[in-house]
Design a protein around this ligand. Structure first.
Ligand SMILES: [Zn+2]
Length: 378
């Protein structure tokens, strides 16, 4: 609120203040959601060779400009690869349990420990979560949080407490890392759950990767967010939340964390994005925001389970740990992955994996509607 130092604001000055507010509101947000629809005609053998029209919708990511093609009806086509063979899944659970280093009887004898000068206790314990160094990591500082005592969890059994403990363990590690090695300032949390999501170990776990250089996607988002800020004098992330808040892709708000379906998904298989309001790196998040992230992940996994999915990935992106940036927000993506089947289908085919293009198997707005309907029933 506008106030002058020694007196009540004059009417003229207050009117001026309101005018500036209105001008800012009129200018913001400047995000545009661009899409172009293209068609192809075929003679369809499934319809006795009648003429049929296929639709391809090219969507431009409003931050990066990357293309995602939305292919209406593709979800029905790939749907058969997304469910799992229950007997095969159960047999793999049993087979992998026998020699699992993360099961409670093995985790203290068969997993690495931190050197004593880094952490006297050797491992970090938060509830059922145990944070350990990675035996064969993906970055110079690569750790895991074993999340549960159970060797396998259905997606509906990931509680927010379990996820929260993993986050808390991971951030405790990052706090210690910031003390002893402040140059390692680019962290990412990642979850790969079950082999279709790239996990070599069945047992539920979360990864924390930290390096002195940012990961490609983080770097791209940081650069594009800075360019947006310099051009528009406002934060892309703030503008995105303003623009999406009452829109058809918005899902819910949880403890300062906004959950939505992205306009142009990165991978497009039941993809949801979360944005932490006003926080630019993971060390700035309070307990409430970590709860908002954990609770949101639990909700989305509940939906995936109801749809028959068993496997997923998460990435949680942070700005550099030693900076508070005006133009970037901590944000998360979660996607489902194919089911466990003898055929071993993968959605990491040439177009997303090598051509770096996006493809969504369903209109994001339809997906958001289905997900909202599920959440409202609960
Ligand atoms: Zn296990």
């Amino acid at each position: 609120m506008f106030t002058s130092k020694n007196s009540k604001p004059s009417l003229a000055r207050y009117s001026y203040y309101l005018l500036i507010q209105r001008m800012q509101a009129a200018v913001l947000p400047v995000i545009t959601f661009e899409k172009t629809v293209k068609n192809a005609k075929i003679l369809n053998p499934l319809k006795n060779f009648a003429e049929d029209t296929l639709t391809f919708e090219y969507r431009k990511d409003p931050l990066t400009g990357r293309n995602t093609t939305v292919i209406a009806g593709m979800l029905d086509y790939v749907g058969k690869f997304l469910t799992s063979d229950a007997a095969l899944l159960e047999s793999l659970v049993e087979k992998t349990r026998a020699n699992c280093p993360f099961c409670p009887e093995n985790v203290k004898t068969r997993t690495p420990m931190f050197p004593k000068d880094f952490l006297k206790e050797g491992r970090i314990f938060v509830g059922d979560a145990t944070v350990i160094p990675n035996l064969t990591g993906h970055a110079e500082r690569s750790v895991l949080a074993v999340l549960s005592r159970e060797h396998h969890l259905k997606l509906k059994d990931f509680t927010s407490e379990l996820i929260l403990n993993g986050f808390k363990g991971g951030v405790a590690y990052l706090r210690r890392l910031a003390e002893v090695e402040p140059a390692t300032r680019f962290p990412v949390f990642a979850v790969n759950y079950l082999p279709p999501a790239g996990s070599s170990i069945f047992h539920p776990h979360m990864q924390v990767l930290a390096r002195d250089r940012s990961f490609f996607l983080t770097n791209l988002m940081l650069e594009k967010s800075r360019a947006y800020f310099e051009k528009n004098k406002s934060s892309y992330w703030t503008d995105l939340l303003v623009k999406e808040h009452d829109g058809e892709r918005h899902l819910f708000t949880a403890n300062g964390v906004e959950w939505l379906v992205p306009f142009a998904p990165l991978r497009g298989l039941n993809e949801v994005q979360a944005v932490v309001k006003g926080k630019t790196n993971l060390l700035e998040l309070g307990n409430g925001e970590w709860q908002g992230l954990a609770e949101g992940v639990r909700k989305i996994l509940g939906f995936y389970h109801q749809q028959g999915y068993v496997s997923f990935n998460i990435i949680l992106l942070s700005g550099p740990l030693d900076e508070n940036l005006d133009y970037f927000n901590v944000n998360l993506r979660i996607i489902s992955r194919p089911g466990i089947q003898a055929q071993g289908f993968t959605d990491a085919w040439a177009l997303p994996y090598l051509l770096w293009d996006g493809e969504a198997v369903e209109e994001p707005e339809l997906f958001a509607g289905r997900l909202r309907a599920f959440l409202e029933e609960k």
